[in-house]
Ligand binder design. Structure first.
Ligand code: SAM
Length: 255
């Protein structure tokens, strides 16, 4: 069960473990989520933050993804979701997400990328810095998959440090990135679930685009931050902003 439930605007937020909360919920059009990193990337992130600040290791406040969670979410989606499941992950995690999606009976589609032009440099200079994250995608519904992007590429370019960044969660996603993704993979009025809500960026984008989001978060502090951010989003004037326009196709490069 959940410890708290808040309904704010068109969004529903649960404080609890997604393993316990999701079996209590109904059907959804899409799962759009940013789960904890792979164990290796999780400890690498702590190391990077430590060397960047040349001091203490940062406290992420949550552990790496477990195989139990990685299996549970696609299995739940196979039974309860009619559209897309999208899961952010490191490039090292795409194959593991593909395998768990296929084991659950979802139709794995492809890995996409979020390019971060402002990502941190490699401070020790021993290898290239990491400048992107991946998004594993699968279709949960019947028939052919469909999205609102036509033939465009699954490449999304957004700075991490946006002017409206809250900075209260170590892995906060940029608002324009989540708006673009939700605009492409969901439709107005859709029911969207984010089982690893963090500070609530998916629900903020849902509120701004007219989707009904449901978010679940284990950590009470992040849950409070998510509630505050969704509440702020309900009071913004341009409530239903159009999804960001896709960039024009490049000419003459078909490779
Ligand atoms: C990568 S962060 C998500 C960040 C989010 N996209 C944002 O913009 O703030 C993953 C979150 O999942 C939460 N989490 C981890 N295991 C969970 C579980 N079993 N149920 C619910 N939330 C969980 C963590 O506390 C963490 O805040």
């Amino acid at each position: 069960m959940w410890k708290r439930k808040e309904v704010i605007g068109g969004q529903t937020l649960y404080l609890g473990d997604c393993l316990e909360v999701m079996p209590q919920l109904g059907r959804f059009n899409a799962v759009v989520t940013d789960p904890p990193f792979e164990a290796q990337a999780h400890s690498a992130m702590i190391r990077t933050q430590k060397s960047a600040k040349s001091g203490e290791a940062i406290e992420l406040g949550f552990g790496a993804i477990t195989e139990g969670l990685r299996s549970f979410i696609p299995e739940w989606a196979a039974a309860n979701c009619s559209g897309w499941m999208l899961a952010f992950c490191q490039v090292e995690g795409v194959a593991a997400w593909r395998d768990s999606m296929e084991r659950a009976g979802l139709k794995y589609k492809r890995g996409m990328v979020w390019v971060k032009p402002d990502s941190s440099p490699q401070f020790n200079g021993q290898m290239p810095a990491q400048g992107f994250e991946c998004i594993a995608s699968a279709w949960c519904g019947n028939g052919h998959s469909r999205w609102n992007g036509g033939g465009r590429r699954g490449v999304f370019t957004h700075n991490t440090n946006q002017p409206d960044r809250h900075g209260l969660h170590p892995t906060e996603k940029p608002n324009p990135l989540m708006r673009e993704i939700l605009g492409l993979f969901t439709d107005p009025g859709n029911q969207v679930i984010d089982p690893f809500m963090g500070s609530g960026t998916t629900l903020v984008a849902c509120q701004r685009l007219g989707r009904n989001g449901t978010g679940i978060e284990l950590d009470p502090e992040y849950f409070e931050i998510a509630c505050r951010r969704v509440d702020e989003a309900t009071r913004q004037k341009d409530l239903f902003v159009a999804p960001d326009a896709p960039p024009k196709a490049e000419q003459g490069n078909f490779f």
